[in-house]
Unconditional design. Structure first.
Lengths: 324, 300, 336
């Protein structure tokens, strides 16, 4: 059984007729696997994971056939039961570390809070464990950092603290929502190394939300590409990079500088992600897709499995056997 | 050339006035406040014609007559009479004159010097600015009503002194606000551009910078208008403001205190009028802030 | 932290001297002859007039008069009341506990109710409760409290007869002033029912005085809470699996308190101004009523130095609030 198995997840803001921000998403993560979710801003990556952890508030509506995590359906859980899992077995690291930590409390307080909540550790025991955690995330002078306030830390240090908080209760699945986007380039690699190192050590599942394909290539085993709230392609890492089957994935790959050697300008996809009110009738990518046919503009494709994974396209690219 | 005629007018930028009104009208409380204020202004302007009686005429045979709808009420005294038989409604209507006059005069008397001092403080940040601000800090160290009380205690009670005291008391907030706004604007490129173009200091102060600082000042002026009415009534109530028999709302309340057990209307009505007027102005102030200062609105 | 306090103290000194200048000038600004004004009669005998000028030091140049004034203040000499011939400082210290007790009761009322109402309104944004809190607080903010006091007296004291009309305690009781706080003194004395009586005297004035702070605190708490609840760290706290109560009250309220505390501090000045009105309405024997009566009696030494004392009090309280603000907000504390 998969560690995480999402079936037909939709998230809407407003009433049931509102355009979904996440639209019928299926996703699974195995134990100890690194899954990357990539896509432009606003494609529903973060919202998916917020829905999983129950962080979507009214007027947001979350519907799904199932949100299985480690054998329990998160959707059926009520407050207290959900809070036993969230922050313990299922934890998150967020994008901007400078705002993700509470400015009024010390680092130590914020880490020990998790230990008290989920492991019932108090006083000296909690302090010791917090110290170990800071060592674990490679924070120098861990003891003095425990008494530091977030505003005294750099962005990279803050993110390390946030990671320490997230792994405090040894989660089975860690969701890292663009963990390096807000950081300096030089720090980004360090934080990624740290995350991957921890993932291997603890053999936890890792969902990495990012739009940095270079990072994906280095760290993830599988990728889910999202566009306008839908998964458009799911595949394994080396294959998806060498032979993308969805035009959108191909466009994303072409926009990486390393892939466009010799060309003077990076190839970009014209246009923008459709908003709430200008969604096309057919395939959501059809207005921007260089391969679009008349058929594509009239009907919506479904996510169909093929030889290397699955793609939401009538005319998948790079396949040996032509799909009818 | 016919294409121009067919353009949808809703695509044009709305005129600033229209845009302002749309934003203001969006706030229902503000519109209600405005309506009440208009009513008040009409009462104040045309008091002698609107008021059914002379406010100081004493009808000796009708002492403490209850309002018309109560038992023993007289139709000619719609809201009843006070302890010496004066018509309450007429006194309230004439009181509107006084309150609005005090509010308007004190706002003008503090707004203009306040803006000048604030501009000077903003444009001369070396010596003059800090000394002005220190002085304002000292004035702010005293609660406004207490400072007003102190000033009136020295100058003696009366209408002019009340206005004067309230004007002095509200000066610091204008100075602070103007200076803060000026300091914010001075670093902008358009000011540098005007400087380079050789604009003189007065031109820089009044034509380049000041118009861009007006939004918070207008909101502050509204709010201090309402607190001026409140403070004037408080001074009147303490016997330090406008003296009886002038029909000032606070003064009326002070003399009504003794009849608290017998005639609720002489106590309730003047206060209710003060509350409604102040509330109306504050509601308007909220609406003005929303309409004039989009930054503040979005921060809410 | 020490450097932070020292820096704030440094700002305090010029403000203090400014206030003494102000109160000094107050007396000098009395129109007409100061001796005639103080004696309350016209055409004082010239010899007596000269004596009075000599005694009050009014024949010296202005700067010398100011230095005399400061010199006396430095020795703790605040002059004596023209009416009672007791020292201003003694009168102030006897009356101040009454004002303090009233103000603390008002702040307690405004603080607890305002925080609770503000937090609930923010959590239930857009609900009927939220609109109700906002409407009531706007009305409270616009309230002429001297009228509000009369209204409450009319309703609770005159019609319902639940609370007494004026004073701190019924004349039946003879309570020796130990702390000056009637609630504590009645508990210390063995008079039966005195504590309850003192409480019944306190309740209406405290509500009246607390009304405007209540409105301000409720509004401020609501908007600060709304802002804070949108912050990333609140999301982090929820993602930790903390209970909603802990998220709201520990992670949310702690940060929302920072702006609320500032407003709280600003309210102290307004509170003392309100005390003048409240004490007048309820005949509460505190410094507000004392000041107004002194003005009525042209007791200028009391007016002058009473205002000085109140100003110092406000400055001091604002100083304390500043320090508290530093304690509540680590970012301010570490500023160099």
């Amino acid at each position: 059984m998969s560690l995480l198995d999402i079936k037909n997840l939709s998230v809407r803001f407003g009433d049931a007729t509102a355009i979904p921000v996440v639209d019928g998403l299926d996703l699974c993560v195995e134990k100890g696997e690194v899954l990357a979710i990539v896509g432009e801003s606003g494609s529903g990556k973060s919202v998916t994971m917020m829905a999983l952890t129950g962080l979507i508030d009214a007027p947001g509506i979350v519907t799904a056939d199932s949100l299985q995590f480690d054998g329990t359906d998160m959707l059926r859980l009520k407050g207290r039961q959900r809070r036993h899992i969230v922050g313990k077995d299922l934890s998150m690291v967020f994008q901007d570390p400078m705002t993700a930590l509470n400015p009024s409390f010390t680092v130590g307080f914020q880490i020990e809070e998790v230990l008290r909540q989920h492991l019932n550790l108090k006083g000296q025991a909690a302090r010791q464990r917090a110290l170990q955690l800071l060592d674990r995330v490679e924070i120098p002078a861990a003891a003095s950092s425990l008494n530091a306030y977030p505003h005294q830390l750099s962005g990279g240090m803050s993110q390390r603290v946030a990671i320490a908080m997230a792994i405090a209760a040894e989660p089975k699945l860690l969701i890292a929502d663009e963990p390096t986007t807000a950081l300096d380039v030089t720090i980004q690699a360090q934080i990624m190394d740290l995350l991957v190192g921890l993932q291997r050590e603890q053999n936890m599942g890792l969902v990495l939300i990012t739009h940095d394909l270079a990072v994906v290539a280095e760290t993830a085993q599988r990728v889910c590409v999202m566009y306008a709230g839908q998964a458009v392609e799911i595949g394994n890492v080396p294959q998806l990079f060498s032979a993308p089957s969805h035009p959108y994935t191909e466009a994303l790959l072409k926009a990486i500088p390393e892939h466009s050697q010799g060309q003077r300008r990076l190839t970009t996809l014209p246009g923008i992600v459709p908003g709430r009110y200008d969604r096309p009738m057919g395939c959501l990518l059809s207005p921007r897709c260089p391969y679009a046919q008349a058929h594509c503009r009239e009907q919506r494709p479904t996510l169909d499995a093929h030889e290397r994974g699955a793609a939401r396209c009538f005319y998948p690219l790079n396949l040996t056997a032509e799909v009818a | 050339m016919t294409t121009q005629a067919t353009l949808d007018p809703s695509l044009f930028y709305p005129s600033p006035l229209k845009e302002f009104w749309q934003a203001f009208a969006h706030n229902k409380g503000a519109v209600a406040g405005l309506a009440f204020m208009i009513l008040l202004v009409i009462c104040a302007l045309f008091a002698p014609w609107i008021a059914p009686h002379d406010p100081s005429e004493q009808y000796r045979e009708f002492l403490l007559t209850p309002p018309a709808w109560l038992e023993g009420g007289q139709l000619q005294f719609l809201l009843g009479t006070d302890e010496v038989g004066r018509d309450l409604l007429s006194r309230l209507i004439h009181g509107a004159r006084l309150s609005l006059l005090i509010g308007l005069a004190s706002v003008l008397m503090s707004l203009i010097p306040g803006i000048l001092l604030g501009l000077v403080a903003g444009f001369f940040p070396r010596l003059l600015g800090p000394s002005i601000m220190r002085l304002m800090d000292i004035m702010l160290a005293l609660p406004s009503l207490l400072l007003a009380v102190a000033i009136v205690a020295i100058l003696g009670p009366g209408l002019i002194n009340t206005i004067f005291a309230i004007a002095i008391v509200s000066l610091p907030s204008y100075v602070r606000l103007t200076r803060a706004a000026v300091m914010g604007e001075l670093n902008r490129d358009y000011v540098t551009a005007a400087r380079l173009a050789g604009a003189s200091l007065p031109r820089l102060m009044f034509i380049t910078v000041l118009p861009n600082c007006m939004a918070p000042l207008i909101v502050q002026a509204t709010l201090s208008f309402s607190s001026a009415i409140l403070d004037a009534a408080a001074l009147g109530f303490l016997g330090l403001g406008v003296q009886p028999p002038t029909p000032e709302w606070g003064t009326m309340l002070a003399s009504a205190r003794d009849y608290i057990e017998r005639a609720w209307w002489v106590v309730s009505l003047p206060g209710l009028t003060i509350l409604l007027s102040v509330l109306a102005i504050n509601l308007m102030g909220d609406g003005l802030r929303d309409a004039l200062d989009p930054k503040l609105k979005n921060a809410q | 932290m020490f450097a932070f306090i020292a820096r704030r103290l440094g700002l305090l000194i010029p403000t203090f001297f400014g206030v003494t200048l102000l109160t000094f000038a107050l007396i000098r600004m009395i129109p007409g002859d100061p001796v005639e004004v103080m004696m309350g009669e016209r055409r004082v005998d010239p010899e007596m007039h000269a004596q009075a000028m000599e005694r009050l030091g009014l024949n010296k140049p202005l700067y010398a008069q100011y230095f005399d004034y400061i010199g006396k203040l430095a020795q703790g000499d605040l002059g004596e009341s023209l009416r009672t011939r007791t020292s201003v400082w003694d009168e102030f210290t006897t009356l101040f506990p009454a004002t303090l007790e009233l103000s603390l009761a008002a702040l307690l009322f405004a603080g607890t109710l305002g925080l609770i109402a503000g937090v609930i309104a923010a959590l239930k944004r857009g609900s009927l409760f939220d609109h109700g809190v906002m409407g009531i607080s706007l009305a409270g903010y616009s309230m002429p409290i001297f009228w509000w006091g009369l209204l409450l007296i009319m309703f609770f004291s005159v019609w319902l007869g639940w609370t007494p009309v004026s004073g701190r305690i019924d004349l039946l009781y003879d309570i020796p002033p130990v702390t000056g706080f009637m609630l504590i003194d009645t508990l210390l004395s063995d008079e039966e029912g005195a504590f309850v009586d003192a409480l019944r005297h306190l309740i209406l004035p405290a509500i009246v005085l607390g009304t405007i702070p209540l409105a301000v605190i409720a509004r401020m708490t609501r908007s600060a809470m709304l802002e804070v609840l949108r912050e990333d760290y609140v999301r982090t706290a929820r993602a930790k699996g903390l209970s909603p109560a802990r998220v709201v009250f520990v992670h949310g309220l702690r940060n929302a308190l920072i702006p609320v505390l500032t407003v709280f501090g600003l309210q102290v000045g307004a509170l003392l101004a309100g005390a003048v009105l409240t004490e007048t309405i309820f005949s509460w024997p505190g410094i507000g009523k004392w000041l107004i009566e002194s003005i009525g009696a042209r007791d200028y030494p009391v007016v002058q130095n009473g205002i000085l004392l109140i100003a110092c009090l406000v400055i001091l309280v604002n100083f304390v609030v500043d320090i508290l603000y530093g304690l509540a907000n680590p970012r301010i504390r570490h500023q160099r």
